[in-house]
Design a protein around this ligand. Structure first.
Ligand SMILES: *Cc1c(COP(=O)(O)O)cnc(C)c1O
Length: 377
């Protein structure tokens, strides 16, 4: 039996024109001699990698970055043929998948290097890896002071090819802090050391979105933009100066309207009590969709181009919105949770500021049960 069509109106729309615009800004910034590795980990920051990654590939992204081997395999299923770098590296047991799908793991551990080498040689092949150095993020990577010993081992593993040298910046989104310059210097000296040890890494890469827009990275020939592709790069000076368009709109509809008298408690725990005779709209979205419960009595939505406040507790599947001030609201009206309606716009940064997080997490937390609809070609 065929299942009935799914008609719940709550959905995410992904504007591929805006996505391509944001990619073009990166291209204009870095020029033609630098390749762009589009970071599409975590399902393209919640935007839906199945639509986002092919659109970026068609628009000229040279390579792709994911966090997990499984995410890289998914990109191959979507038809991508570009190099795919697995930024999170290879875990034991993932060697065959890496070989089969031509994935290029970041490499930061010698046991992993030995496993990759053995698997590659057994297959009569080599695995291109990106040699990850910890220049000051303190997360992943070989420490520069241990590098000589590490390189001595790696040179004896012919199945492992050092295709690139990669590091990650800790303070790129605070351009006035001097530590980024320290990381860049450490990176350059690591690259020299890697070359002197006999390796010929083709790609040198250090820059995330914030670094792309705040630094000139001499010597780097690959950049790794993520959040700026989605229009969510924040902080000074980026919000003012970086041309970026939001890609994601989060939309729903008014499902029910009711008139209630003053003094009526609304939603769980009656955290909202009407102060006047009010009109309330029930909207089928909740924290199970990624509408964060911390937006209780704090969030705004847009209806008919006007702001309306969330009234009371955000439920798992529903919010209630006070639409008393908006004339003519009707069941079926579009509700914009994130995005633009007329002159008004609710940005991921507005949410992030209200609930104490960053745009990245707002995007990633839109849950799997919300369909992503790709618009704009
Ligand atoms: C996620 C990630 C990026 C992209 O960072 P943005 O701040 O989103 O541009 C780049 N490099 C690495 C290693 C990452 O993990």
């Amino acid at each position: 039996m065929m299942s009935p069509p799914l008609t719940r109106p709550t959905r995410v729309e992904i504007d591929l024109d805006a996505l391509r615009f944001n990619l073009r800004q990166v291209r204009d910034r870095v020029g033609q001699d630098c390749e762009i590795l589009a970071v599409v980990k975590a399902d393209a920051y919640g935007h839906g990698a199945s639509g986002v990654a092919p659109a970026l590939a068609a628009a000229g992204a040279d390579q792709f970055g994911v966090a997990l081997v499984g995410e890289g395999r998914a990109l191959r299923r979507y038809g991508l043929t570009q190099p795919i770098v697995v930024l999170g590296g290879a875990f034991p047991g993932e060697e065959a998948t890496i070989l089969e799908h031509h994935l290029q793991p970041a490499l930061y551990d010698l046991d992993t290097a030995r496993r990759l080498d053995a698997a590659a040689r057994a297959a009569g092949n080599r695995i291109p890896c990106h040699h990850k150095v910890d220049t000051g993020m303190g997360r992943l990577g070989f420490r520069p002071d241990r590098l000589a010993a590490v390189l001595a081992v790696l040179i004896s593993l012919p199945g492992v090819e050092i295709r690139g040298v990669i590091s990650h910046l800790a303070l790129a989104d605070e351009p006035d802090k001097p530590f980024t310059a320290t990381q860049i210097e450490r990176f350059q000296s690591v690259v020299t050391q890697v070359r002197e040890a006999g390796f010929t890494p083709h790609y040198l890469h250090l820059a995330n979105s914030a670094a792309i827009y705040s630094r000139q990275l001499a010597g780097c020939n690959l950049v790794r933009p993520g959040v700026s592709l989605y229009g969510g790069l924040t902080g000074t000076p980026f919000e003012q100066e970086v041309p970026q368009r939001p890609v994601m709109s989060f939309l729903s509809q008014v499902a029910q309207l009711k008139e209630v008298p003053a003094g009526e408690g609304i939603s769980y725990a009656h955290r909202f009590v009407t102060q006047r005779p009010s009109r309330l709209a029930a909207v089928p979205v909740g924290y199970a969709d990624g509408y964060n419960r911390l937006l209780t009595n704090k969030g705004d939505v847009l209806i008919r181009g006007r702001r309306a406040p969330v009234a009371g507790t955000v439920c798992m599947d529903w919010i209630l919105v006070d639409v008393t001030a908006i004339p003519d609201v009707a069941v079926g009206d579009r509700v914009t949770l994130l995005g633009r309606d007329g002159d008004e716009c609710i940005t991921a940064l507005e949410w992030a500021d209200k609930i104490g997080t960053i745009t990245y997490e707002v995007f990633c937390n839109i849950s799997k049960r919300v369909p992503r609809i790709f618009v704009g070609g």
